[in-house]
Design a protein around this ligand. Structure first.
Ligand code: 13P
Ligand code: SF4
Length: 332
């Protein structure tokens, strides 16, 4: 199934067999160096599903935001080398302040986390006294510190359902996830109008192309997508709105299937490993998070070698942000 794929040019792609072989050798050498440095540093390498394949393959654990937070909370390694984005490393540091948390590139941010500041949240709360604040984990430590609960796509529904029905809920920052939550829980939420530029770019038009050109494949849609509500409107046995980890679990249960995947394309690597007899294609090949892709094997090697760049949340802020994160880790 390639009809829907939007062409992408990879400037770094090897052009000859010899170049491809040299590249594989380089990756193998670097991976061995990374593993040896991790051993010397007593480091655990945690990687998000959106990381480049080489980084996923060298990690001790690959997971979604919830799985990574849970791993970070319980690891006994001295160092956590976090291959993800800044808010994830902050979360790891808040949950496990005795460990050294490293982020190989401090520029690895998140457009969704940037869509609300602590000051904006304080103002929003003052307009809705008594409301419960539920923040998606894609937020800064300062925003988490102003929240009652955090959640991820993996447990957002359970978190909303754990809150008494008579309480107003301020949900932030992702509006598409918020709208999806309203539909699946039947609750009215007051929703911040933030979005992830990658998922918001997967639009209802893309679903239309799927129905017109390749309705034979099953569609896996992350609820952060700009098309999530439209996908729900189709709600048939071939359309599945799933968190990242939910997509992997679904793929494992349906070997030999054909899937179109509406989320960041890094997840295709894990899906293909989890279900090698199935085929997976991106609904949009340009759904690539430039922040996630900033982490490379070279930067991970340098990070472990030089113990850089440490992410540590100031103790007072961490103390306030810990409770909503611990609630998230415990629910769902
Ligand atoms: P999950 O890992 O919770 O699926 O979140 C997706 C995402 O956009 C992470 O930045
Ligand atoms: Fe943030 Fe979106 Fe990138 Fe996830 S994919 S890190 S939400 S910008």
């Amino acid at each position: 199934m390639t009809a829907l794929a939007l062409p992408m040019l990879d400037a770094d792609a090897p052009r000859t067999d010899e170049e491809a072989r040299a590249r594989l050798e380089h990756i193998a050498d670097l991976s061995a160096e990374v593993r040896e440095l991790a051993r010397q540093r007593d480091a655990v390498i945690l990687a998000h599903h959106y990381q480049v394949p080489d980084v996923q393959d060298v990690a001790d654990y690959v997971g979604d935001s919830l799985g990574l937070a849970r791993r970070a909370a319980t690891t006994e390694a001295s160092v956590i080398a976090f291959c993800g984005v800044h808010f994830m490393a902050e979360t790891a540091s808040i949950l496990n302040p005795e460990r050294t948390v490293l982020l190989p590139d401090l520029e690895a941010g998140c457009s969704l986390a940037d869509s609300i500041t602590g000051e904006q949240l304080r103002r929003w709360k003052s307009e809705h006294p008594g409301a419960i604040v539920v923040s998606y984990v894609n937020t800064t430590a300062e925003v988490k510190a102003e929240s009652d609960y955090c959640c991820t796509s993996g447990n957002a529904r359970s978190v909303i359902e754990a809150i008494p029905e008579d309480r107003q809920i301020l949900f932030l920052p992702d509006m598409f996830l918020g709208l999806w939550l309203e539909r699946v829980t039947g609750r009215r939420l007051t929703i911040w109008s933030g979005e992830c530029h990658v998922h918001a770019g997967i639009r209802p038009d893309d679903i239309d192309r799927w129905t017109a050109e390749d309705a034979g494949a099953d569609l896996l849609v992350h609820p952060e997508c700009g098309c999530a509500s439209q996908a729900m409107a189709f709600a048939n046995e071939r359309t599945h709105i799933l968190s990242t980890e939910g997509m992997l679990a679904h793929a494992r249960q349906a070997p030999g299937g054909r899937f179109l995947v509406a989320t960041e394309t890094g997840v295709l690597h894990g899906l293909r490993k989890a279900a090698p007899t199935s085929t997976f294609e991106a609904l949009r090949e340009d759904a690539v998070c430039r922040y996630m892709k900033m982490i490379t094997l070279e930067k991970l090697r340098d990070s472990l070698r030089d113990l850089r760049y440490e992410v540590r949340v100031p103790a007072e802020l961490a103390a306030r942000a810990r409770l909503p994160i611990e609630r998230m880790v415990a629910i769902g």
